[in-house]
Structure formats: structure tokens, C-alpha cells
Design a protein around this ligand. Structure first.
Ligand code: GDP
Length: 490
């Protein structure tokens, strides 16, 4: 993941606090200097970095010293809070999109929508420079919002089938409009993407004014009961006045509820200034930050909001149409701090489970009741989703320490753990504490060793890791729940 370096730098600064209990003005200076350097190295905009550092200083000094909380923990908490604020505050405070406000979460039918006139589709306009990933984002967004049916026979540039049934259902009836007439391939690309996700694409070739295309698409959407229209507009190599003028004309015609800028995270803080520039020319409601799976250093994610005042609403994390995630400042902050992103994992794994199973699991995780059966179920879900690598990099403590070799080891370990669990009795699987508190735990571990062929040390190690994971999951789901009470319904 992209934050490895930044996370590494921050965690080494934090360690320097040692066991001290108090943060003092003098004591905090070197840490702040190092964090500032780490932020700038990660290509965070300098004003944003300075504001962050100032905020962290004020927060850490102002914070009342709570008994039992170390200076280190206090500093991390201050960093976390500042990062969350800088990236847009609690997830709850920023609805992802206009469409989100009007029923995605509740799956309310289009007829009950509150934005625009009754029956009017929600219009999402996508803008961006060439190569940012705009057309891809249009397809991803359509899939994110759509009803669930999909044509499996059409698949674009993907080595794995899209697991459409594993995605949350948003129930939008989406129409995609191809208004990028300058790059003929863009229309074909959108048509292929549309087919692959089962969403209709409206196009009029390359000889029509994009404004007329957008207008005609809107009329079609209204006439045929589409509740969401996504317009893919033309990109340019660089910002130019013609591009902005065209966007303005399209805006005037279709009156979008959302104008989202698609920007490439690999450009670092450039992404932030670009967002500001587009915003002052055409007025944005937010940004989609693409290529977050690449090896950019994180500057874009941290800077966009601070520089442009506009929230990041989604991130692109790969080339496939399923590789789009809502942007949650709180979760991103924990990734940046190397706290891993347990919630994203829980959520991803949950998406591969049935709704009842997922709700049950989140509840169990919260109450530290997660058991070996749940572990097996999640391990299977993770396997079904493909890349263990992507998941592993989001695991707490694993940030920045994963090589391909280690991944192979991790997969082997997962297999080993599964084998151990399979040798457990039903009672043991449902009650992990039998291996620690119970008097019989020694015999149980010995029996497992005999049956599975692993040593008692290996088994003890797994049990202890499992307990740690359980505590961590409970802590993360609880703290996220406190900040964002709806997060597990997302
Ligand atoms: P456009 O010119 O802005 O419409 O850009 P495209 O949608 O054609 O995307 C340009 C390239 O970036 C394509 O090769 C996409 O597959 C790739 N791309 C788009 N989004 C992502 C992403 O989130 N991650 C990665 N790795 N590649 C992406």
C-alpha cells in the first residue's frame, strides 16, 4: 500500500517517546520535526503539512493526561484526529454523493428521491485530465451504484471474474453517457465497460457536440426511468480554457448534482492543486482519487481536501471495475498511521458473506466474540476475493513489511491455521477461550498437535495471535462505531 513509507516514518518517531507519560512543549519538538519531514517526503502539500503539525502540537499539549495513557499513545491519537479532520472529518459528516443522500443507504426506490424534481435522475458529471482514469471511473461508479444483474460473458481486462453478487446492492438504474468525443477510443472503451457491468451506454459518435450528447442522454434517462445519469466528459493533456468552457456548458445543460474530478494519486500534491483549479473554474462537489493501488506516497490523499476544500469521495484501487472504494477519512488515517485497516478487511470479507452472516460477524467482532468458525469463514471469503496480498497489506502491523516472499509465507500460514482449526471440536471452534483459560487447555493443545501434525509451540503461537487479532478487531470496530455509528450498515 501507498503509505508504507509515511507509516514507517511516523511509527519510528512515535517509538522515540518511550515510556514517558507526559508530552511537553520541548519534548514534542523533535517528533513534530520528523513527522513534518515524513509528510513532505510523502509529497504532502507544505501548507497542509504545516497545518497538520500545528494541529498535532496543540492537540497533544492540550490533551489532558489520562492515567495509563502513554505519551506515545497520546501523540498517535492527536495525529489520527488531525489526519481525520484534514481529510474531511467523520465519514458520517460527508455523504458520499448526492445519490447517497437520497436513498442508496436505505435502498429507497427512485420515486422517493429528494434531490431535483420528482422523477428527475441524479446527474453525475465526471471531469479530469487524460489518463487520470476517468472513463474507468465512470464504469466503476456505474457498477457501484447499479442494480445487481450483470452479464458475465463480457469481461474487460480482468484475470478474475467480477464477483458482482458480493457487492452491496444500491439499486440504482444507471445510464452512462459517452460525451468524450475527442478520443474516439473513449466511446468504445465506455461501451465495453458498460457491457461488462451491465449498464446501458448512450453515445452519439464523435461528430456531435458533447453538450448535445449530454442533453439527449438526460432526456433519454428521464423518458426511460433511469434514476442516475453518469456523464463521461473529455479529458485534456493539461488544463485549458476550452475544456473548462465545455464543462461549464454541459453543467448548464444537465445541472449535475455531482461534479467529480477524477485525479491520479500518483501525481501526489499535484492532484490537490488540480482539484483546486478545476473547482475554481467549474465548481466541484468532490474528487475521485485513482491509482491508490500504485506506489505513490500518499501526498494526494492527505492534501486534496486541505488545498481545494473539496472532499475525496471515492478511491480507485485497481484496474478492474470492482476496484472502487468509498473514501473514509477515519479509515484512511488509520492506514496512514500504520494501524492497518481492520474495518476495510472486515467489510470486504463481509461483502463476500450473506447479509445475516456479515452482521453477525461484525457484532461478534465488536464484542470480542469472534471465534474459530468465523475465522474459517472469513479466510474462505478472503480466498474467494482473490488477492491475499492486497488484504494482507491492510492488516495491522503488516504495513510496509510485506514482500512477495512473505506473502507466500502468509498464504502457507493461513493454510496451516485452517488445518489446525479443522482438527478442533465444534465446541472448541465456538469457544477459543477453551485454549487459554480452561484447565484442559494443555491437553487440548496436545491433542491438536497430535492430530494436525504441528508442534504444540506452533499451535500456541496461533492461539495467541488469534487472541490478539480478536482484541484488535474489537477495539477497531468499537472506536469506528463510536465515530461512525452507521459504519457497519454501509
Ligand atoms: P481517462 O483518459 O481519464 O479516461 O483514463 P482511463 O480510464 O482510460 O484510464 C487510464 C489508465 O489508467 C487505464 O490503463 C486504466 O486501466 C488505468 N486505471 C484507471 N484507474 C485505475 C486505478 O485505480 N488503479 C490502476 N492501477 N489503474 C487504473
Amino acid at each position: 500500500m501507498m503509505f508504507d513509507q509515511l507509516a514507517g516514518a511516523i511509527s519510528s518517531v512515535v517509538k522515540e517517546f518511550g515510556p514517558r507519560q507526559r508530552i511537553t512543549e520541548e519534548g514534542i519538538k523533535p517528533a513534530l520535526r520528523s513527522v513534518r519531514r515524513a509528510l513532505l517526503d510523502a509529497d504532502v502539500n507544505i501548507d497542509v503539512a504545516d497545518a497538520l503539525i500545528d494541529g498535532v502540537r496543540k492537540r497533544s499539549l492540550g490533551e489532558e493526561v489520562i492515567k495509563g495513557v502513554t505519551a506515545e499513545q497520546q501523540f498517535v491519537k492527536a495525529m489520527y484526529d488531525e489526519l481525520v479532520d484534514m481529510m474531511g472529518g467523520d465519514s458520517e459528516a460527508t455523504p458520499l454523493m448526492a445519490v447517497e443522500m437520497i436513498g442508496i443507504k436505505t435502498n429507497a426506490p427512485a420515486s422517493t428521491l429528494a434531490v431535483g424534481q420528482p422523477g428527475d435522475p441524479v446527474v453525475v458529471l465526471l471531469a479530469g485530465l487524460q489518463g487520470a482514469g476517468k472513463t474507468t471511473a465512470a464504469g466503476k461508479l456505474a457498477l457501484y451504484l447499479k442494480e445487481r444483474e450483470v452479464d458475465y460473458s463480457v469481461e474487460v481486462e480482468s484475470d478474475k471474474p467480477i464477483m458482482i453478487n458480493d457487492l452491496p446492492k444500491r439499486n440504482r438504474k444507471v445510464l452512462l453517457a459517452a460525451a468524450d468525443v475527442y478520443r474516439p477510443a473513449a466511446i468504445t472503451q465506455l461501451e465495453i465497460l458498460g457491457k461488462s457491468v451491465g449498464v446501458e451506454v448512450f453515445s452519439m459518435g464523435t461528430d456531435t457536440d458533447p453538450v448535445d450528447i449530454a442533453q439527449a442522454a438526460l432526456e433519454k434517462a428521464k423518458a426511460e426511468g433511469f434514476d442516475t445519469l453518469i456523464v463521461d466528459t473529455a479529458g485534456r493533456q493539461v488544463i485549458d480554457d476550452n475544456l473548462m468552457a465545455e464543462l461549464q456548458r454541459i453543467q448548464k445543460t444537465v445541472k449535475p448534482d455531482e461534479t467529480l474530478l477524477v485525479v491520479d494519486a500518483m501525481t501526489g500534491q499535484e492532484a490537490a492543486s488540480l482539484t483546486a483549479a478545476f473547482d475554481s473554474a467549474v465548481g466541484l462537489t468532490g474528487a475521485i482519487l485513482t491509482k491508490m493501488d500504485g506506489d505513490s506516497r500518499g501526498g494526494a490523499a492527505v492534501s486534496v481536501r486541505g488545498v481545494s476544500g473539496k472532499p475525496i469521495k471515492f478511491i480507485g484501487v485497481g484496474e478492474r471495475t470492482v476496484d472502487l472504494e468509498p473514501f473514509y477519512p477515519d479509515r484512511m488515517a488509520s492506514r496512514i498511521l500504520g494501524m492497518g485497516d481492520v474495518l476495510s478487511i472486515v467489510e470486504k470479507a463481509s461483502a463476500a458473506l450473506s447479509t445475516e452472516d456479515a452482521a453477525r460477524m461484525t457484532e461478534k467482532a465488536k464484542n470480542a466474540q469472534f471465534d474459530f468458525d468465523d475465522f474459517l469463514q472469513q479466510a474462505n471469503a478472503v480466498k474467494n476475493m482473490g488477492s491475499l496480498g492486497k488484504m494482507a497489506k491492510m492488516m495491522p502491523g503488516m504495513n510496509g513489511m510485506i514482500s512477495d516472499e512473505q506473502l507466500v509465507t502468509a498464504e502457507k500460514r493461513l493454510k496451516k491455521n485452517e488445518a489446525m482449526i479443522q482438527c478442533m471440536t465444534t465446541e472448541e471452534r465456538g469457544n477459543p477461550d477453551l485454549f487459554i483459560r480452561d484447565k484442559s487447555s494443555r491437553e487440548r493443545i496436545q491433542r491438536l498437535a497430535d492430530e494436525s501434525g504441528y508442534s504444540t509451540t506452533e499451535i500456541r503461537q496461533f492461539i495467541s495471535e488469534f487472541q490478539k487479532m480478536r482484541t484488535m478487531m474489537s477495539r477497531m470496530t468499537k472506536s469506528a462505531g463510536a465515530m461512525n455509528p452507521d459504519s457497519d450498515e454501509e
